[in-house]
Design a protein around this ligand. Structure first.
Ligand code: HEM
Length: 384
């Protein structure tokens, strides 16, 4: 099995390079096995008995759980994230999107950072709205998202530990008042949830909120970057969305754009027994990394990985994972993205700026995240 270190590489280029060499499974640093083939990635994700999600010494609900315990927590959590439940948030999210667009569309033509200006603000504000957290936490949370991205990219342990500590402090500031005086919001409902036959412990509540917010604020913001780049590159697609598309069609378009440049790059597993994967013998207890970005561009599954064919590629799309850990936040993400894109395209057309003059510069992200770390887009106000 060849070795290929993903560190400090751009995930799309990393995966494409391995596909060109015909390597579905490679050795990463520290003996980790990295799975980039589509078939192998799906197999690992769907076989949760052989490939355990219990990879961290920290409590991770539901990400780090297996088997029956995972199923019980997923049943509880899915009631908060079910499509019929989150659809009710649409009106509030449209209002947030209108605000964010108005705050940045300050002239007839403006150039803004799709990720740092639009994505981060929209992701944080909708999350505060959904969870019922105090609006005063916005600046702190936006600053945290930016610092956490830099810290993750740097790989410096001290910096990542400081970002984790700041995040715990933010969660404490959000949860503390709800514990003392619960309301009707999602965080309070979680604190008072007794569907497991008991209340959740404070540690469990904090772990759930960390998983809902910590990684997913960045994912939402990165998704917005990738989507706005696709729209700037493809004016007819912009027109199609502006004319209004149905829920299923909207979802298929978003899935396909994200498939080509998946910003949510990878997840880990550990083998519970010896296994052969992509022709490679992997011993028990071996760390595995599922590389969604690479799997979503495997030419064995997608003849032209850069092609745009939402219908034909839907069944093989792995942007939201596969198997028992399939993303429970997809419906919520779609309600957010529908609100954001609808309001943005109603107000403006999205163009690529003059790249030489664009500030900030367009910068691709590197492992362990994908998409763009900054992406200038020009917004041209539409009449009416
Ligand atoms: C915005 C774009 C998002 C993308 C691309 C994304 C992608 C993914 C993927 C690929 C997985 C599978 C992880 C695995 O197999 O180990 C996952 C799991 C998960 N996602 Fe998302 N996600 C997004 C947004 C969200 C949001 C908004 C939430 C919640 C508010 C969320 C909550 C979760 C949770 C809790 C899991 C773990 C599920 C489990 O272990 O059973 N995600 N996500």
């Amino acid at each position: 099995m060849p070795a290929a270190d993903p560190t400090a590489t751009q995930p799309v280029a990393y995966g494409d390079g391995l596909h060109a060499r015909g390597c579905p499974v490679v050795h990463g640093p520290g003996g980790e096995v990295i799975v980039v083939g589509h078939e192998e990635t799906r197999r690992v994700a769907e076989d949760a008995e052989t490939f355990s999600s219990s990879v961290s010494r920290f409590l991770q609900i539901p990400n780090g759980l297996d088997g029956e315990e995972h199923r019980r927590f997923r049943a509880l959590l899915d009631t908060y994230l079910d499509a019929s439940v989150v659809q009710n948030l649409s009106g509030g999210f449209h209002a947030v999107a209108r605000e964010v667009v108005a705050e940045h569309l300050t002239g007839e033509t403006v150039t803004v950072d799709a990720v740092g200006d639009l994505g981060d603000t929209f992701a944080v504000r909708t999350m505060l709205d959904w969870l019922g957290w105090a609006p005063e936490l916005e600046d702190r949370l936006v600053a945290w998202v930016k610092e956490n991205n830099v810290a993750t990219r740097s790989g410096e342990l001290e910096r990542t530990a400081a970002a984790a500590a700041e995040f715990d402090a933010i969660i404490d500031a959000a949860v503390g008042p709800k514990l003392a005086d619960p309301g009707e919001d999602v965080t309070s409902r979680l604190i008072e949830d007794d569907s497991l036959g008991r209340r959740l412990t404070r540690e469990e509540v904090v772990s759930i909120l960390r998983n809902w917010t910590g990684g997913d604020l960045s994912s939402m913001s990165y998704c917005i970057g990738v989507l706005l780049k696709a729209l700037a590159d493809n004016p007819p697609l912009q027109e199609r969305l502006r004319a209004g598309v149905g829920g299923a069609e909207f979802e298929a378009i978003v899935d396909e754009v994200l498939r080509r440049d998946s910003p949510f790059v990878s997840n880990r597993r550990v083998t519970t027994c010896p296994v052969t994967l992509g022709g490679v013998e992997v011993p028990e207890g071996n760390q595995i990394r599922l590389h969604w970005t690479a799997a979503n561009r495997d030419p064995e599954a997608f003849e032209d990985p850069d092609g745009f064919d939402p219908e034909a590629h839907a069944d093989k799309n792995l942007v939201w994972g596969a198997g028992p850990h399939y993303c429970p936040g997809k419906a919520l993400s779609m309600v957010e993205l529908e609100a954001f894109l609808t309001e943005l395209l109603r107000a403006a057309s999205v163009r690529n700026p003059d790249w030489e003059e664009a500030q900030p510069a367009a910068v691709r992200e590197i492992h362990p995240v994908g998409g763009w770390s900054s992406l200038p887009v020009t917004l041209v106000r539409l009449d009416g």
